[in-house]
Each structure stands twice: as C-alpha cells, then as structure tokens.
Design a protein around this ligand. Structure first.
Ligand code: APR
Length: 309
C-alpha cells in the first residue's frame, strides 16, 4: 500500500502547524506550498529533521509550485491573510476569495480526486468559493470550523468542572463567526448534559467565550490569529477521512435543504470517512436554536452575495 499524500497550501502559522501535527501522527507524506520563496522549503526541511527524534517516517517537501502536489488525497487550504486586532473574519473576504480561487485552480488540476479541507477565513464563504472553483461534488469540499469552535467550548467546560477534556463533548452549529450557535443541551460530560452540571450563568459565560474564542486570541497575539487549535482540528478531520473512521464532527458543509437551509455552507454535524462527507446529521432544534441557526446562515449568505456567488 502506498502512503497517503497530503498537500497543505499556505506555510504560515496554520499551515506549518498542520504539517507538524500530520507528521507527528504519521498520516501521510506532506507537501507544503506557499508563494513566499524559501519558507515552505525551509519549514519542510526543519520538520523533516525532527523526524529522527520524534520517529515519524513521512516525506516532507516544500515548494512554491504545485507539480509536487500531484495526486494528493487531501488538500488543506490555509492560504490567505489572518486577522489583526479589530478585524472580523469578514474583513478578509475579497482578498482571501482571490487567493483561495487561485489555490483551488492549481491544486484541483493536479489532484482531481482529492478532498479539500478549507481553513482560510471567512470560512463558510471560502468553502463556497472552493466548491464553485473546483467543480467538485459537495462531499469533497469541507470547511474546518466546528471542530475548532467545539474544542474551545470543550476546553472551557473541562476547566470549569475540573474534569478530563476527554470526557467532554460539545456541540457548536452555524457559521464560523460571531453568530455561531453553541448548543449546551447537546454538550456533555461523560454523557451528562452540562445543563445538569453547571449553573446557567456559567454556561452563558462559556457560550459567549466560545463564540468570541478566536477574537480573544487575536487580541492577545496582536500580529495574527490562532493556529495550534485550528490546525489540530483540521488534522482530526484528515485522520477521520484517511482512516475511514467515520467520526461525527461538526464541519462546514454545503446544505441543500437540511436544517431548512439551501445553497450555503454552514456548520452542522457530519460523518467523515473515506468518501469525505458521508452523511449530514440532522438533530432536532428548539425554536430558539433554529432561529439562531437561521440568523447565522443569513450572515454567511450576506458574504456569499458580496462575492456574487
Ligand atoms: N498561495 C499560497 N500561499 C499563499 C497565497 C497564495 N496565493 N497567498 C498567501 N499565502 C500564504 C502566505 O504567504 C502565508 O505564508 O498563506 C500563508 C498564511 O499564513 P499566516 O499569514 O501565518 O496566516 P495563518 O495564521 O496561517 O492563517 C491562514 O487561516 O485561520 C485562517 O483566518 C486565517 O485566513 C487565515 C488563514
């Protein structure tokens, strides 16, 4: 059996850290692509030299072109500008749409059967760009957002209850923005809904901090945005696909009627396996939750409209 091949476009903070987690989990050979000369090459070489210490056997290549990406199983797109303090993800819209379009054109030409995982922001709109430009079936264009947002919520819940992060699941639906919809009802500790374990005020505080999770880090870093958790989240998705684990994970996917939403990428729980998105799972929402999700979808729609998609 041959090794899997994973291309990561954008060798900045998120892209390089994706390569790091991918290598340490030995998920496949890795091609790191960036427009800046020397950076993908240097980071690939540096990471390859960690292999003897960490004990991973994967090939790492850095490049400014796409020929090395040929026949990738997965292409992770992190190219684009990150946020600066005071910026929302939406402020990146037009610049990143151009970058993502160009990346998709080049990547899908060489890897027509790949699964695309999009990380560039504003996430849901960038997924729409990737779907249109690639012409891929919707099962093979997936946005990384919900795994990150729910990981943030899980970290806050585990901290509040002083329990293992492994015991905590959390559910976050909707677009990857201020209108995301964390669902405490479906967030549990060892199967127990957090609504039974934490007072309402604490839960409200966690929900708010989750929705603001990216901005909290931007305001601390000042020169960029989060990358350890975003890249770990993308790599969990990669692992579920390449190992055909069929994990249920919240991802941004193209909806065609599910949750009453059509023609838009929005975060919902899906099953990720060898074929990409193998199932979209529809859970029952309360009227209030449904309204929050619609509002979140409307925010995504606005951006998509600006791009004329
Ligand atoms: N092709 C390839 N790489 C590109 C292109 C392009 N057309 N345009 C920009 N890049 C590269 C930059 O050279 C840079 O190395 O993308 C990289 C982005 O890295 P960072 O600036 O460190 O940004 P990062 O924190 O990794 O965030 C990347 O992910 O989470 C999102 O909002 C974030 O949209 C941003 C993206």
């Amino acid at each position: 059996a041959r090794r899997y091949k994973i291309t990561v476009v954008g060798a900045g903070n998120v892209g390089a850290t994706c390569a790091h987690w991918l290598a340490s989990k030995e998920l496949g050979d890795i091609v790191l692509v960036d427009i800046v000369e020397g950076v993908p090459q240097g980071k690939a070489l540096d990471l390859a030299q960690a292999a003897p210490i960490e004990g991973f056997d994967v090939k790492l290549v850095g490049t400014n072109g796409y020929d090395e990406t040929r026949d990738s199983d997965i292409v992770i797109i992190t190219a684009g500008l990150p946020r600066k303090p005071g910026m929302s993800r939406d402020d990146l819209l037009k610049t990143n749409a151009e970058i993502v379009s160009q990346v998709v054109d080049e990547a899908v030409k060489r890897s027509p059967n790949a699964i695309l995982i999009v990380i560039s922001n504003p996430l849901d709109a960038m997924c729409q760009v990737a779907l249109r430009r690639s012409g891929f079936p919707k099962q093979r264009v997936i946005g990384m957002a919900g795994v990150l947002d729910s990981a943030r919520m899980r970290a806050f819940i585990a901290e509040a209850l002083d329990v293992s992060v492994e015991n905590v699941t959390a559910f976050v639906l909707g677009g990857h923005g201020d209108t995301m919809v964390p669902l405490p009802r479906y967030s549990t500790v060892a199967g127990i809904p957090i609504t039974e374990l934490l007072p309402k005020e604490k839960i409200d505080q966690i929900v708010k901090r989750t929705a603001n999770g990216g901005a909290e880090i931007v305001s601390l870093l000042k020169t960029g945005s989060a990358y350890y958790a975003p890249s770990a989240a993308a790599v969990e998705m990669v692992e579920s696909i390449l190992k055909d684990k069929k994990k249920i994970l919240p991802c941004s996917v193209y909806l065609e009627g599910e949750y009453g939403i059509s023609g838009l990428f929005v975060g919902v729980p899906v099953k990720l396996g060898a074929r990409g998105i193998e199932q979209i799972i529809e859970i029952n929402l309360t009227a209030e939750e449904r309204i929050a999700l619609q509002k979140s979808a409307a925010a995504v729609q606005e951006l998509v409209k600006v791009l004329g998609l």
